[in-house]
Design a protein. Structure first.
Ligand SMILES: [Zn+2]
Length: 376
């Protein structure tokens, strides 16, 4: 396995990364490139951009939010630049208490209208089950709802400008150059956010019984409808230096945003993914089962790239967190009416054979420190 010389990313990765001749990954190169950008110039470009939309529609823009620190940062920018924003939330109903508090406070704090949409309970439960069985991702419904619903509302309410936070695979893996000003595309949504699956993959499954009428927040608008409104998804990370640690400080200090009181099992960060309880839990544990790493790696990478910790510190974090069985697994199994044995039966189908070997009936892999360990 090849690992980045600077951060902790491995070559086998759900995020498309590659390495330069010095063995540094594209994610680290992107993180370094951000320091070369003239951010004052970028802010001016942003001001020029929003001029085209201000005061011309029912709302100047849509800001998709989950209530997390990055959502607060986006709403903070919308407020700072006097945009009349409409907040839009796809709500998974499985939030930690602080996440619910943060989400519900946004309307009051920022003074924006806020649409919070949630599918029916039985639809969600079925989608959790199908997500695990078919895609190895219980939270696929969440990825789909988060990335699709704001575009649906944009078309319905004829609001062309959608302000997204960062483009995930660029921020983590350097998928695009910061100088490309990449915008939201349906292709990225389908191939990356949704790993090539779409709403129809959840329908006509014999024992789950979902059909198109259950799929409202997941069906992407038709191309001609988007064009008619001129829907455009702009990433704020192209115009403002994007740093989760700073977003956290701004959210907490200016707006009383709350991090999780109870630490997460699978990461040292208490201010990331405070919304859905399974994002840092079962969902991330599935990433470990599939690829052999999790949020310990992801969150340590951010801090290494910001020079807040060393790579050696990062390795300790990875070995401490990435393999941990999360405490929400039991609650999740109860929620979807599945036994733990069934969970593993489905999850094990997705183990990458380049990462995992079964030795004497136990799953083993070689860790970042070069040692082979058993993870059962
Ligand atoms: Zn790297």
């Amino acid at each position: 396995m090849i690992y980045c010389k600077k951060c902790l990313f491995q070559e086998i990765n759900p995020i498309p990364i590659s390495f330069n001749k010095e063995g540094v990954c594209t994610g680290c190169i992107h993180a370094n490139d951000k320091y070369k950008v003239n951010w004052i110039e970028r802010e001016n470009q942003f001001l020029e951009l929003i001029k085209q939309y201000k005061g011309k529609y029912e709302y100047d823009c849509i800001v998709p939010v989950s209530g997390g620190k990055d959502s607060y940062f986006a709403a903070h920018l919308a407020k700072k630049y006097n945009l009349n924003a409409l907040l839009v939330t796809y709500y998974s109903k499985r939030f930690v208490p602080e996440g619910d508090y943060n989400l519900n406070k946004m309307k009051e704090i920022f003074g924006f209208d806020h649409i919070i949409y949630s599918p029916a309970d039985d639809v969600l439960i079925k989608m959790h089950r199908i997500g695990l069985k078919k895609m190895g991702d219980n939270n696929m419904h969440n990825h789909m709802g988060l990335t699709t619903l704001p575009n649906i509302i944009a078309v319905e309410k004829k609001i062309p400008l959608v302000l997204w936070g960062d483009q995930g695979f660029t921020e983590q893996g350097g998928m695009h150059s910061i100088n490309d000003f990449v915008e939201y595309t349906e292709k990225y949504r389908f191939e990356h956010d949704q790993h090539g699956f779409d709403w129809y993959d959840f329908t006509n499954i014999e024992d789950e019984n979902l059909d198109k009428k259950d799929m409202y927040p997941f069906i992407y608008p038709a191309e001609n409808e988007l064009r008619k409104v001129g829907v455009r998804g702009v990433y704020l990370s192209n115009y403002f230096f994007y740093d989760g640690n700073e977003n956290y400080k701004i959210s907490k200090n200016l707006y009383g945003w709350k991090e999780a009181k109870k630490p997460f099992d699978r990461t040292f960060r208490t201010f990331s993914n405070v919304d859905d309880i399974h994002e840092n839990g079962v969902h991330d544990y599935l990433k470990f089962i599939k690829f052999g790493f999790g949020r310990g790696t992801d969150h340590a990478n951010y801090d290494i790239r910001l020079n807040l910790i060393t790579r050696k510190d990062g390795i300790k974090i990875v070995l401490k967190y990435d393999h941990v069985v999360p405490s929400d697994l039991e609650g999740w199994c109860k929620y979807v009416k599945m036994t733990k044995e069934e969970f593993y039966e489905h999850a094990d189908k997705f183990r990458d054979p380049r990462v995992w070997s079964k030795i004497d009936g136990s799953w083993t892999k070689i860790d970042i420190d070069g040692k082979r360990r058993v993870y059962d």
